[in-house]
Design a protein. Structure first.
Length: 125
């Protein structure tokens, strides 16, 4: 998906849903990202939007730029390479009480519902 920013630039967006299982304090789920997509930038910047789905609820949303996710993977070991090395699996654990998000023991809370860099959405009636 592509999104046009107010200044006319295009931003590429990849949306992925994680079907989550209940945990003691919240829920946890996984998303798969193609290793080649994560490590090989092409053209416009890419932002991932991971949607955590639990029961009938959609959200919270995890918004993270491709380069930041790649840095977390390369520098801090976030994510697990799948067999055959074609995908990287990211396990996201959301704590409902603390409203915090962890990924491979790294605090990802700064990416929770972080729409700050997104253009405002205009509703047409």
């Amino acid at each position: 998906m592509w999104l046009r920013t107010p200044n006319g630039r295009l931003r590429r967006v990849q949306v992925k849903a994680a079907n989550c299982d209940k945990t003691k304090r919240g829920y946890s789920g996984q998303v798969n990202v193609r290793a080649s997509q994560l490590s090989e930038p092409r053209g416009a910047s890419l932002t991932y939007v991971f949607v955590l789905r639990h029961a009938d609820e959609w959200g919270p949303f995890v918004i993270i730029p491709r380069q930041r996710l790649l840095d977390e993977h390369d520098l801090h070991g976030v994510g697990t390479q799948s067999e055959g090395y074609s995908n990287i699996v990211f396990t996201l654990s959301y704590d409902r009480e603390a409203k915090s998000l962890m990924c491979s023991e790294r605090n990802f809370s700064e990416f929770l519902n972080n729409w700050n860099d997104w253009p405002p959405v205009e509703t047409v009636v």
